[in-house]
Ligand binder design. Structure first.
Ligand SMILES: *[C@@H]1O[C@H](CO)[C@@H](O)[C@H](O)[C@H]1NC(C)=O
Ligand SMILES: *[C@@H]1O[C@H](CO)[C@@H](O)[C@H](O)[C@H]1NC(C)=O
Length: 299
């Protein structure tokens, strides 16, 4: 994520939050996006501070993958996603403040990674998952790279175009692990180490389905002017119709939903899926919008 996109959010921080006395709050776990880190004062740092102001007493954990901010940023590009998810599962399990459960908010790729946490690691329990511009059906293209990381991103784009599904690239390049090529569906299903697994493309893992359905709510935010995610439908769990890369289908039109391989159809019927749309480019929103639309799910 482009840290600069958050300057707008940071500017609102001086407005004080509503005062609430009690501390029966549910903790919030945040996972940042690509090119970002846990603690950037203009992005995740600002979000953490904003939530702490709006919900007095809340415990907010902004995840750092690795031991330092630099390692954390690099992990967003180069660390095996399945290992990152295990690392986070362990961290959450060891945190005494999360024992009674937590809400989770993932930004961009952090959102699909947190969904993997929900599916694989039900303890402590995740209550509500909020996906802010997450790519639940992956991406097929990296049209624009976030902020200061654009040189890394250009290199990554070349690698992805030249063979995203080779084992070496799958293992070491994060974006390859949610690369979804609709023209090579078999390759994707067979070789995608992360996304095809959590999306039940090879087998239906009943544990994944059962665990995801434990969520109280699964909120997905789509950015209507998104110039980073291709196709943007992925933010609502839609994707290209297999075999071409122009026509898209919604989650409800997909085999994943119709066969209910992941429990999403059942969750939808139970009113657990929330689809939110907002104007603006990738991860661009104001504090007012955040407070009005997302805060109600974490209070
Ligand atoms: C509220 O509870 C959380 C979690 O136990 C704790 O981290 C936090 O410090 C508490 N806040 C206040 C203001 O007591
Ligand atoms: C299903 O998921 C669980 C939880 O991650 C895992 O332990 C198990 O090995 C998976 N089963 C299959 C068949 O992949």
């Amino acid at each position: 994520m482009d840290p600069r996109l958050f300057i707008g959010v940071g500017a609102f921080l001086l407005i004080s939050g509503s005062a609430r006395g009690s501390n029966d709050t549910t903790p919030l776990v945040i996972w940042h996006g690509m090119g970002d880190n846990c603690c950037n004062p203009l992005s995740m740092g600002a979000i953490k501070k904003m939530v702490e102001e709006e919900v007095p007493g809340i415990y907010v954990l902004s995840l750092m993958i690795g031991k330092t901010v630099v390692q954390d940023t690099e992990s967003g590009f180069f660390k095996d996603v399945n290992e990152q998810v295990s690392f986070v599962c362990e961290k959450l399990a060891q945190d005494p403040k999360l024992k009674a459960g937590y809400n989770a908010m993932g930004f961009s790729q952090g959102a699909q990674f947190l969904r993997a946490v929900a599916q694989r690691c039900p303890n402590p329990p995740m209550k509500t998952l909020i996906s802010v511009g997450g790519q639940h059906q992956g991406v097929y293209g990296l049209p624009r790279c976030p902020g200061e990381s654009s040189h890394i991103c250009d290199w990554i784009r070349k690698k992805l175009n030249s063979g995203a599904y080779t084992d070496a690239i799958q293992k070491h390049l994060v974006q390859a692990q949610y690369w979804h090529d609709p023209l090579n569906d078999d390759l994707y299903k067979q070789h995608s180490l992360f996304l095809a697994d959590i999306n039940q493309e090879r087998v239906v893992n009943q544990t994944y389905k059962k665990n995801l359905m434990l969520l109280e709510k699964f909120v997905m935010v789509k950015f209507l002017q998104d110039s980073v995610v291709d196709p943007v439908d992925s933010e609502w769990f839609g994707f290209f119709v297999t075999g071409q890369a122009e026509k898209t289908e919604t989650l409800q039109e997909s085999a994943l939903y119709k066969e209910d391989r992941l429990g999403l159809a059942e969750m939808d019927k139970a009113g657990k899926l929330v689809f939110l749309a907002t104007d603006g480019d990738h991860l661009q929103f104001s504090r007012e919008w955040f407070n009005a639309k997302l805060l109600p799910y974490i209070r």
